[in-house]
Each structure stands twice: as C-alpha cells, then as structure tokens.
Design a binder for this molecule. Sequence first.
Ligand code: AMP
Length: 216
Amino acid sequence: MNIVMFGPPGAGKGTQSENLVKDFNLFKVSAGDLLREEAKNNSSLGTKIKNIIDRGLLVSDDIIDDLIEKTLCNKNYFNKLIFDGYPRNLNQAKHLDLLIKKYNQRISCVLSLKIEKDIIIKRILGRIICSKCKLTFNEYFYPPTKENHKCNLKFLTKRSDDNKQTVENRLETYTKKTSQVLNYYQNQKLLYEIDGMSDISNIYKEIRQIIHSLET
Ligand code: AMP
C-alpha cells in the first residue's frame, strides 16, 4: 500500500511514518529530506532550494515532482511508499495521481494529523534530529535519552528552518496552499483524520487500526 501522510509542519508526520516503516515493511519518501539533500549541493539549484526552505516557502512543483518520480518509479518501492510532505498543493496532488497511474500503483489512504498552532510551534522549535540514525526528538516533549537513542550526542542537530520567523511562514504556506489538498482527498474518500495532539504511541495506535482495517 502507498500512504500519504498529511498535516501541518510539526504535526508528527515524520515520526509516525518511521513507525509505519518498521511495522509494515514500507519505505518513507520525505519531500523535505529530498530537497535538503539537493540543497547540500553547491550548485545554483541547491542554493536556490536552500533559500526557499529557509524562507518557509514552497519549492517549485517541477523540482519536487521530479524528485518524487525518481523514487516512485523504483521497483523496490512498488506500492510500498509513505509520502511525507508531498503533495503540498493541489497541483502536486494531481501530479501524484498521474504518477501513481503511470507506474500502475494506488494510494490506499491519506492520514491527516490535526494539531493546534501553539503546540505546532513548540514542537518545531524544540525539534532535534539525529543526523546519523535520522530519528526525531523534542527537547520539551520527547528528549533523546540512553534508552531511545543509541548514537553519539554529537549527531544531534537542529534544522535551519526550525526558527520562529520561518515557522510562521511555513504555517501560512500550509493554510494558504496545502490545506486545499484535504478536500481533494476527501472527495476521493481516501482521507482519515487523526487527533495529532495526543502522545506518539496513542496516535500510532489509531494509525495502526486504520491500516489494519484497510488490509481486511
Ligand atoms: P518539511 O521537512 O516537510 O518540513 O519541509 C521543509 C521545507 O521543504 C518546506 O518548508 C518547503 O520549503 C520544502 N518542501 C517540502 N516539501 C515540499 C513540497 N512538497 N513542495 C514544495 N516544497 C516543499
């Protein structure tokens, strides 16, 4: 099954996707990670992408659409992808439908994590990522400990766009562009709304129930 993980920045899409990857033998494709990888290149495209990410705006559709297609067409991931952070506007949602058709696959569900703005801001500003194992922690809600994290502390980092000004821009972008995608999927009867405010394990329990209900 292919799953679209949906929600505002900081909703926990990445964390819940990682849980699904482990339990359901799936692969996560994070649009943000793909773009951050591109941004590391010292090319003019890399610099352009970094600039847009740091301003909290959306990178142009053709850039991200191409990166997504490169993953989607890989036979190893056939019908086994979790899309995290894609699609983020209506054109991308329509483009994903074209790609899904082109490669003879299907979207099984869209999981939308709902969360209030003040919690989003705290989650984003407290976010810590391990650059080695890629796990995400939070200095307020879920700090890294010896039990939940095995890598050296030197790998713990913060994203350059996880600051107060950029967060405001990212939330505005979400409200203006990304939230329209919800109706699109609701009309296709693919949308499942989940309370993203409870703790990680409870949210995941709900997600697992949805996935199991789709499998039977
Ligand atoms: P994320 O890691 O999902 O929080 O994304 C970080 C940033 O990458 C966003 O604020 C955008 O600047 C850019 N980005 C991520 N996904 C997309 C997308 N689907 N379309 C355009 N830009 C994106």
